[in-house]
Design a protein around this ligand. Structure first.
Ligand SMILES: Cc1cc2nc3c(=O)[nH]c(=O)nc-3n(C[C@H](O)[C@H](O)[C@H](O)COP(=O)(O)OP(=O)(O)OC[C@H]3O[C@@H](n4cnc5c(N)ncnc54)[C@H](O)[C@@H]3O)c2cc1C
Length: 543
């Protein structure tokens, strides 16, 4: 914590103070004056010249001191970039003078003053970690751990970096909080946020309660990116850094599948691997720094052509967005197994990603992973650190057939992982959550039962393309065709060839896992996201 504290609370040099002063107005405050209370949006960037600013928070119901900024220090955290409401309250201590910089000028500093930008971004991220480490409870979710709707909400919080705490509805605290807030067990999960009580809300209601939904104006964006996985985030970073006006829309929040990956080891530049959510968060902040706008949880329902070559996107919220070009980066979802009772345990014992959230469900019990690819292998390795034991269920008799050699060797040598060859899961049973599965041996036909709290399924992917119009050509598996795949296609009517990532609808590109013929890997998605921007530039220059 020592190092991170140093990063979190640096002091500006004299030169940096002068730079700030040249962009700021000076504000004088008396002891006890509030610079901004909790839940304030769009608060300015403050640098303390004289006196002090105290930061406090009251998420647990009691006000606690977080830190005190003295002369030369600055106020703010990542919400200065995400434009979300403040989690803390800032109060002047003693006679205080602060330099005040409005958000628009603050964004200019981030882009135009690299030395300050680096310091601020690192400090903001470190401050958030310290806040959480100090017991910041965030919004409180009362629910049944492992239950599908509770897990879904936690995934949303996790991807959107919303600090939260889960209170077991069956615990004493849970029962008391439910009663205090006039709720009962039929209304779970219950969310306590910003003084409101939301009973069994959907994620759009949750986003609204947290104050993170946003209005989309009538602006015509240069590019609307649909999907904020690695491909969409990479396109947002490259495009925004090159001056394109960009809106990114995601139906859950930034990260995509990579956000569900416990450790990505094959991405250039990360020799010891990187947690997928951490990678996504870095890309997200980088894109925000360059001015890309994000909205989530919002699904795009359709695209159509408007007049003057513009494209219109209809969003699930009833809003619309206008664009000169669009990038489809909607990725894939892992396929489901046809299991007896399967539906009952989706999200409450059956999972398609393995992060800290799911791992908590199988602590001290058996986790079963189905699949023979790299995703299944990584999940098994990760879960072996949390569960009592891990069983990897494989239909074939060869683990290394479709898994990278390094992973296959690690799994075979891992003392807590057992590979069950020629096997399939047929049935799942339990009560509120999963308790047991039935396996069949595909060669001998014998069956056996296994106690299991969590079943992880990684058996191939289905592209998210059902929302696309017929004018976007798909292959026979539903993946988007682009570039040379459209040669001779009657949908392509222009006398120029499509750009490498352009679909049969001119100005609409596709990148990452959703595109036909791609290798389903993070590095490829990131590369394609940046390549898509060169197609966008070429397309826009022709308009
Ligand atoms: C558990 C797991 C582990 C993995 N580990 C590795 C690894 O170690 N190394 C590696 O190279 N690869 C790994 N992968 C694969 C890698 O994560 C993917 O190849 C990569 O995420 C693909 O990126 P993408 O941006 O194309 O799509 P995705 O990551 O699938 O992102 C698509 C995004 O689009 C959004 N979306 C979908 N439809 C809509 C809509 N209609 N409107 C708005 N938004 C929408 C989704 O919410 C999602 O956020 C792993 C995958 C998983 C699931």
């Amino acid at each position: 914590m020592l190092d991170i504290t140093h990063t979190a609370f640096p002091h500006l040099s004299d030169e940096q103070m002068q730079c700030v002063a040249s962009l700021a107005t000076l504000q004088h405050l008396a002891d006890g004056d509030i610079l901004f209370p909790e839940s304030t949006r769009d608060f300015p960037f403050y640098v303390v010249r004289d006196g002090a600013v105290e930061i406090s928070e009251s998420s647990s119901g009691t006000r606690k001191l977080v830190t005190t900024h003295q002369s030369g220090a600055f106020v703010g955290d990542v919400d200065m970039l995400t434009d979300r409401p403040a989690l803390v309250c800032a109060t002047a201590r003693g006679a205080t003078a602060v330099y005040t910089i409005p958000r628009a000028s603050f964004r200019r500093i981030l882009v135009e003053v690299p030395e300050l930008s680096e310091m601020l971004l690192e400090a903001f991220q470190a401050r958030r970690k310290i806040l959480e480490a100090k017991g910041f409870s965030g919004v409180r979710l009362i629910g049944t751990p492992g239950a599908a709707n509770t897990q879904r909400m936690r995934e949303f919080f996790y991807k959107n970096h919303v600090p939260h705490s889960l209170i077991d509805a069956n615990s004493e605290d849970g029962a008391r909080l439910l009663e205090e807030n006039g709720s009962n067990a039929d209304e779970l999960p219950v969310l306590l946020c910003n003084g409101h009580v939301a009973r069994n809300p959907n994620i759009i209601q949750v986003a609204s309660c947290l104050g993170i939904s946003r209005e989309i104006d009538e602006t015509v964006y240069d590019l609307v990116i649909v999907g904020a996985g690695p491909a969409g985030l990479s396109a947002a970073v490259y495009g925004a850094s090159e001056g394109l006006r960009i809106l990114v829309v995601d139906k859950i929040g930034p990260g995509g599948q990579a956000g569900s990956s416990s450790k990505i080891e094959n991405l250039m530049g990360f020799p010891t691997g990187i947690n997928g959510a951490e990678l996504a968060n870095r890309g997200y902040l980088q894109a925000l720094k360059f001015g890309a706008q994000f909205t989530a949880p919002v699904a795009v329902r359709s695209i159509s052509s408007e007049s003057e070559g513009k494209l219109l996107l209809n969003l699930c919220t009833g809003q619309t967005a206008h664009a000169r070009s669009v990038l489809i980066a909607t990725g894939v979802t892992y396929r489901q197994l046809d299991l007896e009772n399967g539906r009952q345990f989706e999200g409450s014992g059956i999972y398609y990603s393995a992060t800290a959230i799911e791992a908590a469900v199988c602590r001290q019990s058996t986790a079963v992973v189905v699949g023979g690819g790299n995703s299944a292998g990584q999940a098994a390795m990760f879960l072996a650190d949390h569960a009592a034991q891990v069983k990897l269920v494989l239909r074939s008799g060869d683990l290394c057939k479709s898994m990278s050699q390094y992973l296959c060797t690690r799994i075979e040598n891992h003392p807590k992982i057992e590979v069950l060859y020629h096997a399939s899961v047929t049935t799942v049973t339990g009560e509120q959550t999963l308790k047991r599965i039935t396996l069949i041996n595909n060669e001998g036909g014998t069956t056996n039962e296994l106690d299991c709290a969590a079943l992880f399924i990684f058996i191939g992917a289905r592209p998210h393309t059902d929302w696309l119009p017929d004018s976007v050509r798909l292959d026979d598996k539903g993946f988007v065709k682009t570039g040379s795949m459209l040669e001779q296609d009657r949908l392509w009517t222009l006398d120029r060839p499509p750009c490498d990532l352009e679909t049969s609808l001119p100005g609409v590109m596709a990148a990452g896992d959703v595109r036909a013929g791609t290798t389903k890997r993070c590095g490829f998605a990131v590369g394609e996201g940046s390549l898509a921007i060169s197609c966008v530039h070429r397309f826009l220059s022709r308009l």
